[in-house]
Structures are given as structure tokens and as C-alpha cells.
Design a protein around this ligand. Structure first.
Ligand code: GLA
Length: 737
């Protein structure tokens, strides 16, 4: 039993492999948070002492207890306007203008299996047990059902909140967080992942300031700028030791995680939909489901925390997970040709791809409408007759008959003003009546809150997938949401638009992925602008960044790896000089970095030398041999970008028989100090042989080594001198029988 209710203590204890999470029905039915952390036995109410904290009010029913305040007691889901001045979790307004939420325990239920949420992606799995605790604000008639999914073996606790109008008049939600997590004791630091287009998910770690710090997006997408994932860790936490908590909303729209360090030194994390610009009207009896959040605790550092998320996302969140070893290796036309292609050029590219041994050609942007640049045609999902005079069907048949799989780029959520779709339905784009809309990449956003638009998109894309031999879809989104106004929503529901947009998107993806379960969907949003657990439910891989420079990719993929599995990270080898940074790197180093992801190509092989083409054949061979351990192995960060002269990482197969170590030297040195790394995750007593040490961009080699796991992990390995511009090495270690 991973969930236990103690009748005497009125406490709920949720247990996972490494953690215990406990709450208690306290005085007046307030649901108090007692403990979340390393596994320990007992009831933890003894931790929370009453003390009269000046200016912290007492509930009316406890006026004799001046030391008891909602403002200082840890809460499970904080209310508003009822004595807790810290971050609130929910705020509601009644028809008469009363605001706030004062929530008291009503009832609970423990049941086998996993709860689901209306229209939202959620984790799944029979190994889960669900706890539902319902709280109620009697005055407003507001009910909050707190949902907990406990995946004991997977070490994951999911949380969500279902908010119901249990009163007789309308209620307007002004805030509806998914979860509140109080960490009443200890010192915590915040790890978050910020960035911009072409530099997503940059790792940052900082000491908490007193007051509130925020990780959020109000761009309509989870964004390049701030990923919906944070970690709270102790000051001494490292990759291999120390406590840390992960908080990962399963959501792709406007998210917000606030972290407050309060007057008592207590930390509160409130996470979910961004309340800025949000409101939701609930008529009596109606419910609102706030998105799910994935919580995990690691007593042993970041590596274990990341591995828990990696495994959980692969096995319990991705609805259509395909092991990396079974996914096609692709060549994408974007950086090869951009918009400048026609049937002959694509057939030429397909021929090159086939000859090199790539599995799939992806036809990126430019195949539809009259699209020659990014100013037109989004919405016109029929072939560009100038470029493809014999139609898309003929072209795809020809590629198909070469024995290549085919992928197609689409950007369904958007419309260009210069398009047949816009001319027919100008009202389908988001815009405020009477105000000129802002443009992003010359395009407007379709109002996905409207079911008829979602239906049209489903039919349009389904007919492409039905009629053509398409194995893969790259689903792009190249601008953010502005001009928020929907012609189909009444005035008092306009605040629902951003969330309804995301629900429309999820509905569309849900229907398409269920109707076409064999099609691989790769998410994309101007690179990695919507890289989140919500999108991963439908797309097992997401294009990590439009920046394909391997050195820039080191920090992007490093940051991404804290929460997301390697099998999710779209990564390609591109040409040099790199199109985004102008940097030239060795061909092999580009592959070393792309192999820390889904691996593929984004270049025109016709422009390569024979030697480079041979290198591609070698790379394909190596990746095919290694991709099980890359995709499904345990991932370790050995050296962070910028910390030392090199960045290094390692994958270890589940049975610990095989391990791939990759290292990129970013700071070459004259008269260099030795390069030394310590491996992780091996069997101490087993003997590992160095099966291959492939160096790229430098003349170096290693002797045949046979070493014990303990030697590799504790004494480490010294690498030969690597001279050159960003050379790299891939070492494959195999356990001997
Ligand atoms: C976005 C994607 C790119 C490419 C272009 C096409 O920027 O991230 O990979 O598909 O759109 O316009």
C-alpha cells in the first residue's frame, strides 16, 4: 500500500521508493502538509510547533490559540483571503464579488489506478494508486478535489486539482494552481532553465531571495524563455549527493511556478497555469481541471532525480513511446535547402539519403501553398504546384519506392494573411476587434479554442496522413500568442482563451495520434520553444533547438537533460560553418553531440566530400549499434559545460553491461594538463573492457584497457592529449563475462 490513512492521527502517508509525503487533517479541517522528503517512519506533526508570530492571524474558531495561524502552518493547498498571506493556490470570486477561498476537509478516497483529467495529458500506469481529498469553502460553495497519484516503484508522485462549483451561483476562478508544496525547514536553492530562441534551457542555480521568485510564461506556449520545470536543492547538493525535489508541470501553455521564501524561513512552491490573464467561469456543478504536476524527491543528487524523470516520462507519460532503437534516422531538408527546393532537388536529396543509409527524408517547410519564404501560405496544406508540379502524392510515391520513409513538416496552429485559408476565414485568427494584430514571422495564430477550427485541422491533416505514405510529422509553432480575443467566447469568458487554446491543441494531437498510432510526431516550436511534459505525451521527441552548433548544443542539451530523456531530444548533424553561429567544428564532434539525442542529419550530402560521406556511414553504423544504450540507458552528466575545459556525459545500460562515455573538449590548451574523468553507474566488481575509443577532430588513440568498475568510477580514466578545435571522443565500455 503506497497510500495509508491513519484514523487516529487523521494523516495520509504516501510512500515511494525513496520518499515519504505526509499530510494531516488539522484543526477546523484545514489540510496541513507535514513532510516530504527522505523515507522516514512516523507521524511528522511533532515538527510543526505553534508560535505566536506577530501579525499572522488566527482562524476564528481557534482564537484561543494565538500560536496557530494559516500564515505559518504548512498547507497542502493554500487558500486566499483567510489568513495565509503567502502564495495562494486558488482564488475565486462569487457573483456578489466575494473573493477568496477558505478550504476545509470534506472527505477522501483511496483507490487503485491512476486518475485522469478532462482534456489534459496525464501520467498513466496500473502500478499507480490514487488519493483524492476533497476540501470545501462553505461560503462560496467552492470544492477542490486534490488528486495524488503515487507511483511507488517509479518514485513519482503526481498531483492535480479539480475545482468544482458546488454552490448555487456562478463562481469565477482567478487562480487555479495545480499544486502547492511547502518545505517548512531547511535551506533551499532554486535550479531553473531559462533561455531564448536558439539558446533554450540554460541551467541556472541560485540562492533563494526572501520574497517571491517566478518561473513563468505568458506567451501561450511553455516557451524558450523559461521551461516549466524547477528543482529545489540543498546548498550542498551535487550530481551524486544531497537532497533535491523536482516540480514539473505537464503543461504546454502559460505556466507559472512561484517560489516564496517567507518570514519564517519556510519555502512554498505554487505551480500550475499562469494566473496572469487567466479567469474561468464555473456555473453551478461545473468543474475545472488544473493540469498535472510531476513531483519527485532524490536523496542522492541530481543524476538520480533526472533518471527518475527520464524513465517516468518515457514509460508513464509518452503515450506513443517508441524506443529510440526503433525510430527512423532522418535527413531533414531545412538546413539543406531551406525554401529553395523543387521535386528534382528533393528526389536528389532522397537519393543521397538512401545511398548513405539514412532511413527517412523529412520535407521541411516550403512544400505547400505558394510558400517560397516565411511570408505566406500557412494554412494551405496542399502542395506547392510550382515546386511540385506532379503533386505531393507522386513525389512521395517516388521516395517511398526508393525504400525511404517520409516525414513532413506542418505548422497547423498558424495562418498567413497571404493564404487561401485566411481569405476564406479571416475571423479564424486571434485578434482584438478593431485593433491591428501583431505579427510574428509574418503570421497569425488560429483560434484553437474553437472546436470547428480544431475539427477542420483534424480533417485536413488526417486526409494528408490517410492518403500519403507519411511516417513522421514535424509539428511546428513559430510564434507566440498575442491579441487574445476569441469571437466565439462571451465577454465574461475571454480570460479562458489561453487555456482553451491549449485544450484545443491537446484535443487535436490526441485525435491525430490515436487515429494514426504508427506515425511518429516530433514536436517543435522555433526549435525548443515548447519542450515540456505535456507535448511529450503526444510527441516522443521534440526538436531541441534551432541552434545546431554542437558547442552551443552542449549547454542546451545539458540543461534539457535535467528533466527530459535523451530519447526526447531532437538533435541533428548539420554543416560547417554552422548556419547559426558561423563556427566550424569537426564533423565527428557534431555527431558526438547529436548522438546525445535522437540523431539525424540537417545538411545537403551533395555538398559533402567523399570522405565526409564515408564518415556519415560510420556514424550511422555507430549510432545504430549504440542507440539502445543512448535512448534507454541511465544518463549521467560527468562535466558541465563551462565548468572545466570539456563537457562530458555517459549512458549506462540498465543491466550495466554497456556504457558509452562522450566528451567534447571546448577549451584547447597549450602544454595541456591531463584530461581526467570518473565514470558513474557501473558495477564496482565487474571488469569493463574499452571496446572502442573513437576520437574526432584530433589525432589521439587509447590502448586496450580492461579495468574494474570501481577503478573507472573512483580512480577514473586519463585521456590522451587532444589537440584541435573542439575535438571529441566516444568511448564504449563493455562488461566482460
Ligand atoms: C522552425 C523550426 C525549424 C524549421 C523552420 C521552418 O524554425 O524550428 O527547424 O522547421 O521552422 O520554417
Amino acid at each position: 500500500m503506497s497510500i495509508v490513512f491513519d484514523n487516529e492521527k487523521h494523516s495520509f502517508t504516501l510512500t515511494t521508493k525513496n520518499s515519504v509525503y505526509q499530510m494531516q487533517i488539522g484543526p477546523l479541517g484545514y489540510l496541513l502538509h507535514l513532510y516530504y522528503g527522505r523515507r522516514a517512519e512516523g507521524c511528522f506533526d511533532y515538527l510543526h510547533l505553534e508560535r505566536d508570530c506577530g501579525f499572522s492571524p488566527n482562524p476564528y474558531g481557534l482564537q484561543d490559540k494565538r500560536g496557530w495561524s494559516l500564515d505559518t502552518m504548512p498547507q497542502e493547498y493554500s487558500g486566499t483571503n483567510c489568513g495565509d498571506f503567502r502564495l495562494s493556490s486558488v482564488d475565486a470570486e462569487t457573483a456578489s464579488g466575494q473573493c477568496g477561498a477558505d478550504l476545509h476537509y470534506m472527505h477522501h478516497e483511496i483507490r487503485p489506478g491512476k486518475y485522469t483529467l478532462e482534456g489534459l495529458p496525464t501520467a498513466f500506469g496500473n502500478e499507480c494508486e490514487t488519493l483524492s481529498v476533497t476540501l470545501r469553502d462553505e461560503t462560496a460553495g467552492l470544492e477542490v478535489e486534490l488528486l495524488y497519484g503515487v507511483f511507488e516503484e517509479k518514485d513519482m508522485i503526481t498531483r492535480a486539482a479539480r475545482i468544482r462549483n458546488g454552490g448555487s451561483g456562478p463562481i469565477r476562478l482567478r487562480k487555479a494552481a495545480s499544486a502547492c508544496l511547502d518545505l517548512p525547514f531547511g535551506e533551499w536553492e532554486l535550479v531553473h532553465f531559462h533561455g531564448r530562441h536558439t539558446l533554450e534551457r540554460q541551467f541556472a542555480r541560485q540562492v533563494l531571495m526572501n520574497g517571491i521568485q517566478t518561473v513563468a510564461s505568458k506567451r501561450g506556449a511553455s516557451s524558450h524563455q523559461h521551461n516549466p520545470f524547477v528543482i529545489l536543492c540543498e546548498p550542498e547538493t551535487t550530481e551524486g549527493a544531497g537532497s533535491c525535489f523536482g516540480v514539473m508541470p505537464v503543461y504546454s501553455g502559460n505556466h507559472r511556478t512561484d517560489i516564496e521564501l517567507d518570514q519564517t524561513g519556510s519555502v512554498r512552491v505554487v505551480t500550475g497555469i499562469n494566473s496572469e490573464g487567466f479567469s474561468w467561469l464555473l456555473e453551478p456543478g461545473q468543474c475545472f481541471d488544473a493540469p498535472e504536476v510531476l513531483l519527485t524527491y532524490s536523496p542522492s543528487g541530481f543524476a538520480a532525480l533526472s533518471q527518475t524523470y527520464h524513465r517516468f516520462l518515457r514509460e508513464n507519460v509518452c503515450r506513443h513511446y517508441i524506443p529510440l532503437a526503433e525510430r527512423p534516422i532522418l535527413l531533414n531538408s531545412w538546413e539543406a535547402m531551406y525554401f529553395d527546393f523543387d521535386e528534382d532537388k528533393l528526389l536528389g536529396l532522397a537519393g543521397e539519403a538512401k545511398e548513405l543509409g539514412v532511413d527517412m527524408l523529412v520535407i521541411d517547410d516550403g512544400w505547400f501553398g505558394h510558400r517560397d519564404d516565411d511570408n505566406s501560405s500557412l494554412g494551405d496544406w496542399f502542395p506547392n504546384v510550382r515546386k511540385l508540379p506532379h503533386g505531393l502524392g507522386t513525389l512521395l510515391q517516388k521516395i517511398d519506392s526508393m525504400g525511404l520513409k517520409i516525414g513532413l513538416w506542418v505548422e497547423p496552429e498558424m495562418v498567413s494573411e497571404d493564404s487561401e485559408l485566411f481569405r476564406a476565414h479571416p475571423d479564424w485568427a486571434l485578434r482584438v476587434p478593431g485593433r491591428a494584430p501583431t505579427l510574428g514571422r509574418s503570421q497569425l495564430v488560429l483560434d484553437l479554442s474553437r472546436p470547428e477550427i480544431v475539427n477542420w485541422l483534424f480533417e485536413t491533416l488526417a486526409s494528408l496522413l490517410r492518403e500519403l505514405p507519411i511516417a513522421y510529422i514535424k509539428w511546428d509553432m513559430n510564434r507566440h500568442l498575442t491579441d487574445l480575443y476569441s469571437g466565439s467566447l462571451p465577454a465574461d469568458r475571454q480570460g479562458e482563451l489561453p487555456h482553451r487554446y491549449v485544450l484545443g491543441l491537446y484535443d487535436l494531437l490526441d485525435r491525430l495520434t490515436k487515429t494514426f498510432p504508427d506515425v511518429l510526431f516530433e514536436g517543435c516550436a522555433g526549435g525548443g520553444g515548447r519542450f515540456d511534459a505535456g507535448m511529450l505525451a503526444y510527441c516522443p521527441q521534440i526538436w531541441c533547438s534551432d541552434n545546431t552548433d554542437p558547442v552551443a548544443r552542449l549547454s542546451i542539451q545539458y540543461g534539457t537533460s535535467f528533466g527530459y530523456p535523451i530519447s526526447a531530444m531532437g538533435a541533428h548533424v548539420s554543416t560547417a560553418p554552422n548556419h547559426q553561429t558561423g563556427r566550424t567544428t569537426p564533423f565527428g564532434t557534431r555527431a558526438t553531440v547529436a548522438m546525445a539525442g535522437t540523431f539525424g542529419y540537417e545538411l545537403d550530402p551533395a555538398k559533402l566530400t567523399a570522405a565526409e560521406k564515408d564518415e556519415i556511414r560510420q556514424q550511422l553504423k555507430r549510432f545504430r549499434a549504440l542507440r539502445s544504450v543512448i535512448g534507454e540507458g541511465d544518463y549521467y552528466r560527468l562535466a558541465a559545460p563551462g565548468e572545466r575545459r570539456f563537457t562530458a556525459w555517459q549512458q549506462v545500460s540498465a543491466d550495466k553491461r554497456e556504457s558509452l562515455v562522450s566528451l567534447v573538449l571546448t577549451e584547447p590548451e597549450a602544454n595541456p594538463r591531463p584530461l581526467h574523468i570518473k565514470l558513474k553507474g557501473l558495477e564496482s566488481d565487474a571488469v569493463y573492457a574499452l571496446r572502442e575509443a573513437a576520437f574526432f577532430g584530433c589525432a589521439a588513440s587509447m590502448p586496450q584497457l580492461r579495468l574494474t568498475g570501481s577503478a573507472l568510477m573512483y580512480a577514473g580514466v586519463t585521456l590522451p592529449i587532444m589537440l584541435g578545435d573542439t575535438p571529441s571522443v566516444q568511448m564504449l565500455w563493455q562488461k566482460e563475462d
